[in-house]
Design a protein around this ligand. Sequence first.
Ligand code: HGY
Ligand code: MN
Ligand code: MN
Length: 399
Amino acid sequence: MVDGTRLWQRLQSLAQHGARADGGVDRPALSPTEAEAKRTIIAWAAEAGMSARTDPLGNLFLRREGLENLPPLLVGSHIDSQPTGGKYDGAYGVLAALEAVPEAPRRPVEVVAWTNEEGSRFAPGMMGSAGFAGARDIAEILACRDADGITVQQALEATFTALPKLPIGPLGGAVHAYLEPHIEQGVVLEQAGMPLGIVTGLQGKRTFAITIAGEAAHAGTAPRATRRDALLAAARAATALDALTADPADITRFTIGRFTVLPNAPSVVPEQVQFSIDLRHPDAATLLRLGDAIAATIAAAAQPCAARTEELSTALPSRFDAAMQDDMAALAQGLGLPALRLLSMAGHDSRFLAHICPSAMVFIPCLGGVTHHPAESITPADALAGARLVAAAMARWSA
Ligand code: HGY
Ligand code: MN
Ligand code: MN
């Protein structure tokens, strides 16, 4: 039986791992704070008689054995956060799943917390789910470095050392189906006055790493005529990309979220700028057209500086399993809980699980659509409603 009070208390308790003074959460992937959060979740799972294991990518699995030895139903999300994150992005999905696990299912049920969904410490994101689904090369993942030069491999070893009793199982394996509960991170449900969303799919997303190479020079003596100023070149490129992705219908999402200048000294003409691009669109052809134009747009605008565009990830729009959506719509109706079908504008680990098994998502509102922000908030009533639907779906799909 889903206990809304316990779920709410656990959401607040988990948020203490990486708590920010402003009420938000800063819990980087494979960090000591994330390892402590895992320790807390493992203890809660043990109270419910569930076992815990991890895998070579640090994904965390909490398992309820089934009456029969079948491929498990997998339900969960992630517990890493953005540096200025909220309490509920990802964490809600893991804790709602933990709250909703049936007592004696025919099919095993596993609650999962994927490694590095956010892609903030290590880019790109969704490493744990992509590696699990065989969609990314493991060696490439392990070699990724954070801003301090620490590799995923080294961060994993630190996490395994912090949790020495946690068995490390194999990577991947058969999965019966996957369900990801998550906050909407938009305002559609709130504006519709709906407590639940049944997600039809994910919009497409392409991410890029850009390097603009200029030449360091003295701010006082270097003539403008001979300068190769990487910052002004990057500014021209950003302006040109803004024009490229301008969209009167306001559907295209173009973001430069990270921008670093070297040597970042007030009296030195910048010699290098690196910046990120996050491009999203629900239409595959538009996403391809705009993404394919990025490199040439930057190269032209950055002259006389040199520009390098590296695509980090490409994910076309994806659709979730129609039968699972219909099941959830019927279950929500049976629970007397209104539910709206909607496309997800945010990316989720379900993108990769959908490559290997029938997958679905359920949303609850987050107030004002505020997310990836310390003020992210949900209501206890919506948290409970979501967990009740997850419990009904888990019971149905593990029977
Ligand atoms: O970026 C995303 O869409 C996800 O919230 N990490
Ligand atoms: Mn998330
Ligand atoms: Mn997020």
